[in-house]
Design a protein around this ligand. Structure first.
Ligand code: FES
Length: 116
């Protein structure tokens, strides 16, 4: 059973969509299930002015992308160096079964593709 916050972000995902003419666009696929997610970012100077996600995914990947984009929006791009697996799992409440870790970390995997 997921935390209430995960279900809430799944039902009402924040920052879902695609930024027109983004500064950065990255996509990843979960090889185990075939779900895929794309992140688009609008970066001005060193600030993440906007970030959105799109794609097909389960409740967990959707909640993870929603929480993560909410956290990153408006921050310095330097924050991308500090975001890691532990941080994302904590953001999701920390109770993710090993079988679902790939879902939870898929948006982070996309973020890690961004060349800084
Ligand atoms: Fe596909 Fe979760 S089942 S990303």
């Amino acid at each position: 059973m997921y935390k209430e916050e995960i279900l809430e972000h799944f039902k009402n995902p924040r920052n879902k969509g695609v930024i027109e003419k983004p500064s950065v666009r990255v996509s990843v696929k979960n090889a185990l299930c075939g779900d895929a997610i794309t992140l688009t970012l609008a970066i001005r100077g060193d600030k993440i002015e906007d970030i959105k996600f799109s794609g097909i995914g389960c409740a967990l990947v959707t909640a993870s992308a929603s929480l993560l984009t909410e956290h990153l929006k408006g921050k310095s791009v330097k924050i991308l160096n500090d975001i890691n697996d532990t941080f994302v799992l904590k953001l999701l409440g920390g109770e993710i079964t090993p079988a679902r870790i790939g879902c939870a970390l898929l948006p982070l995997k996309a973020l890690k593709q961004i060349k800084k």
